[in-house]
Design a protein around this ligand. Structure first.
Ligand code: FES
Length: 105
């Protein structure tokens, strides 16, 4: 699947992310800005916050309770906020688009 990252500086980056990897993995592996992923994907740091664009929300399952708990404490949280490490690509997904918040969002 392809993940399109809309970056804080207004640019866009499209990355092929293998099935089974997460939106966070795709960003970190390509050194994209904005997704820090301090905890390495174990759903405990919340530094991988992204907004899932409306047309892509169906690609991912509902957030777990752990994820919801972390999201609650983030600044700039919106209904479409997710932790990118929990957004794992499946074979059904063709393209998804996420918006990466700026560090001070
Ligand atoms: Fe830490 Fe996603 S990488 S919560």
């Amino acid at each position: 699947p392809t993940v399109v990252y809309q970056l804080p500086d207004g640019s866009t980056s499209s990355v092929d992310v293998p099935v089974g990897q997460s939106v966070m993995d795709g960003s970190v592996r390509n050194n994209l800005p904005g997704i820090i992923a301090e905890c390495g994907g174990s759903c405990s740091c919340a530094t991988c916050h992204v907004y899932v664009n409306d047309d892509s929300s169906a690609a991912f399952g509902e957030p777990t309770l752990e994820e919801q708990d972390l999201l609650e404490f983030l600044d700039g949280v919106q209904p479409c906020s997710r932790l990118a490490c929990q957004l794992v690509l499946t074979p059904d997904v063709d393209t998804v688009t996420v918006t990466v918040p700026s560090a001070d969002a």
